[in-house]
Design a protein around this ligand. Structure first.
Ligand code: PEP
Length: 260
């Protein structure tokens, strides 16, 4: 991955049955149609369907990639271990085997509903890299933390605590920019229709960029920083125009090809 083109990632959450493959096909057609003046695709797409659809979608994405479409399939979570007695869980290695290229870790819904803390998120991000998947690490402040003026401290703390060291040895992840994507998702903006001001997004992304550069040196400039939280057709262009916003992580609006 690189920052030269926006990355638009869709998190389908617990939505989608095999019959929704037609919606995915419509997304591929939309992506194929949206090209810049030189004919290059305008964005890279990462679709993260429920685990049951990863294998089938990844096969279809592979053939789309062969015809020049920058689309990949991601998972929404993974276990930190590669295998073992963990009933119902799925490992990063299993998703890599199913054809995924990335996995979301640390989504606020998993932090809230499954009690996942920064240490767990970091272990899952390391597992992703171990398996050759890009880790899309989600972080963001709560409403109370923003109102208390602590938003930047909170997200910089999460960044430091959740981010593993650069991967080594996996040919698919040559650089930290291939291995890591950070999604700034204010918890209060997810699924609520509320968004921070463009200035608040700019400030958060600038702080995260500084955090990545102080952690990884110049390579920190190559890591994509996505904004997530109530991105819709009506606000996407403004949000994507903010400095250091390298793409978007989209929940609700990623379920319909026309919106996505
Ligand atoms: C999300 O769940 O990551 C998300 C950004 O959701 P929504 O776009 O629906 O706010």
């Amino acid at each position: 991955m690189s920052r030269t083109r926006a990355l638009i990632a869709g998190n389908w959450k617990m939505n989608g049955l095999s019959g929704d493959a037609a919606e995915f096909e419509a997304m591929l057609s939309g992506l194929a149609a949206r090209r810049d003046a030189s004919g290059a695709p305008r964005a890279d797409a990462l679709i993260c369907p429920p685990a049951t659809l990863v294998f089938g979608f990844a096969e279809r994405a592979r053939s789309a990639q062969e015809s020049g479409l920058p689309v990949a399939i991601g998972a929404q979570d993974c276990h930190a271990q590669a295998a073992g007695a963990h009933t119902g869980d799925l490992s990063a290695e299993m998703f890599a085997d199913a054809g995924a290229a990335a996995v979301i870790v640390g989504h606020s819904e998993r932090r809230a509903a499954h009690g996942e803390g920064d240490e767990t998120v970091r272990a899952k991000a390391s597992a992703a890299m171990r398996a050759g998947l890009a880790a899309v690490i989600c972080l963001g402040e709560s409403r109370e933390e923003r109102e208390a003026g602590r938003a930047l401290d909170v997200i910089l703390g999460q960044l430091a605590a959740c981010t593993p060291d650069a991967p080594s040895g996996d040919a698919r992840l040559e650089t930290i920019g291939d291995a890591l994507v950070v999604a700034y998702e204010p918890v209060w903006a997810i699924g609520t229709g509320l968004t921070p001001s463009l200035e608040d997004i700019r400030e958060a992304h600038a702080a995260l960029r500084r955090g990545l550069v102080s952690r990884f040196g110049e390579a920190g400039e190559t890591i994509r920083l996505l904004y997530g939280g109530s991105v819709k057709p009506g606000n996407a262009a403004d949000i994507l125009s903010v400095d250091d916003v390298d793409g978007a992580l989209v929940g609700g609006a990623s379920l319909k090809a026309a919106d996505f």
